[in-house]
Design a protein around this ligand. Structure first.
Ligand SMILES: NC(=O)c1ccc[n+]([C@@H]2O[C@H](COP(=O)([O-])OP(=O)(O)OC[C@H]3O[C@@H](n4cnc5c(N)ncnc54)[C@H](OP(=O)(O)O)[C@@H]3O)[C@@H](O)[C@H]2O)c1
Length: 281
């Protein structure tokens, strides 16, 4: 097996202040128009990356890219990652701008809630197509660009899962729970394969972050916070910090793991209180 990075502690260079730098790196953040994707895009820009954001609604994506351009170079690439055609179009649009890709963040996601007896096929397919299928095929489509970026540093794929993939909560979001558990295992499987191409795959399992998907955290932050050991919901800096860690040299040795960033939701009793994960869209 090929090893990546320093082989022994004696080979290790001294730790420098560049450990978390993304200077000169390119990043594509799906679902970057709002919510968690936007938080990550902001963090990457602040740390020196050139960032591409994507989402279906072109107007919203363009607007966010314009707003984020205050922090650095940010480009809107609207697209739908729930279909193979959409994934291939997005990869082609990215290639028209850049020959290589240092960091892919598979963040775009969807949720659906319905009582067990009524849960519809549409609510199954919509969620699985974005949260699982899109992640696999976009990573596959951009693998040549990721491998090309892996020269003197490793390329990164960061998958945004959820605490709902690690524990249950009272919401009847059957396909969402299943999709995030699938994504956590897909992250492991892809990591084992892609590391030989210099691509490190890892993940983040967010807890409660204010967004259109988690309206409970957005609209009733104090109520949600009262159930969390940290006593508050997550902020942009909490999410950006985890993503920057995984995307930079600092996170090179996190291979196939998904890190909970949840203010302690997973270790509290009950394990995942209402509103600490995602809620039905
Ligand atoms: N917020 C939380 O508390 C929380 C907790 C755990 C995990 N997460 C995960 O974090 C990720 C982001 O969630 P969020 O809370 O930020 O949700 P959000 O505010 O609803 O944002 C979702 C983003 O994904 C895009 N998107 C949705 N479907 C898409 C598709 N088919 N193709 C391309 N883009 C698509 C949306 O834009 P368009 O609608 O324009 O496409 C939007 O930019 C998701 O994977 C979610 O499961 C969130």
């Amino acid at each position: 097996m090929t090893s990546v990075g320093p082989r022994t502690t004696r080979d290790s260079p001294k730790v420098t202040s560049n450990l978390f730098s993304l200077e000169g790196r390119t990043a594509l953040v799906t679902g970057g128009s709002r919510g968690i994707g936007r938080m990550i895009a902001e963090g990457f820009l602040a740390h020196g990356a050139r960032v591409y954001i994507s989402s279906r609604k072109a107007d919203a994506c363009d607007r966010t890219a314009r707003e984020l351009a205050e922090l650095g170079e940010c480009t809107s690439l609207p697209g739908d990652v729930s279909t193979l055609a959409g994934v291939q179009q997005l990869a082609a649009d990215y290639r028209a701008h850049e020959p290589s890709l240092d960091i892919l963040v598979n963040n775009a996601g969807a949720a659906w809630g319905a009582p067990f007896d009524e849960f519809p096929e549409a609510g199954w397919d919509k969620v699985m197509d974005v949260n699982v299928k899109g992640v696999f095929f976009l990573t596959q489509a951009l693998k040549p660009e990721l491998a090309k970026a892996a020269t003197d540093h490793l390329a990164k794929v960061v998958n945004i899962a959820s605490v709902d993939g690690l524990a249950t909560n009272p919401w009847e979001t059957y396909s969402y729970h299943a999709s995030k558990a699938a994504l956590i295992h897909l992250t492991r499987r892809m990591a084992v394969r892609l590391i030989s191409d210099g691509i490190v795959v890892s993940g983040i399992a967010p807890g409660a972050f204010a967004s259109s998907m988690n309206r409970t955290a957005r609209d009733s932050a104090d109520e949600v916070a009262a159930h969390l050991p940290a006593g508050r919901i997550g902020t942009s800096e909490d999410m950006a910090g985890a993503a920057i860690y995984l995307a930079s040299r600092a996170g090179d040795y996190v291979v196939g793991s998904t890190i909970p960033v949840d203010g302690g939701a997973l270790i509290s009793v009950p394990a995942t209180p209402p509103g600490s994960g995602s809620v039905p869209a």
